[in-house]
Design a protein around this ligand. Structure first.
Ligand code: ZN
Length: 95
């Protein structure tokens, strides 16, 4: 079951941000990033993802090294705001 933190924090952030905008601003759109819909036995649930990015030098066939990007993510198992489980609990030994 999902918590309502994302929706609640987005509303609070929008209220705070709009207070600093000039009079007459329009079409305000913003949301917390790095959330995705996940499917589990319990149905659809909103899950937070944590990007994992970097680079590594890997050997080329012709010799030498080349840069390879690392660009993936992991799902947060718990909401960072309230601690409610947001993703199925990982099996022992998984990262
Ligand atoms: Zn929460």
């Amino acid at each position: 079951m999902n918590c309502e933190c994302k929706t609640e924090f987005e509303a609070k952030l929008a209220e705070r941000m709009k207070a600093d905008l000039p009079e007459g601003h329009a079409d305000y759109k913003a949301e917390l990033d790095n959330y995705t819909l996940g499917i589990s036995d319990a149905g659809l649930r909103l899950e937070m993802i944590i990007p994992y990015k970097g680079r590594v030098q890997v050997p080329k066939k012709a010799g030498g090294l080349k840069t390879q990007k690392i660009d993936t993510w992991i799902k947060a198992a718990f909401c960072p705001f309230c601690g409610v489980a947001t993703a199925p609990v990982a099996k022992e030994g998984a990262i």
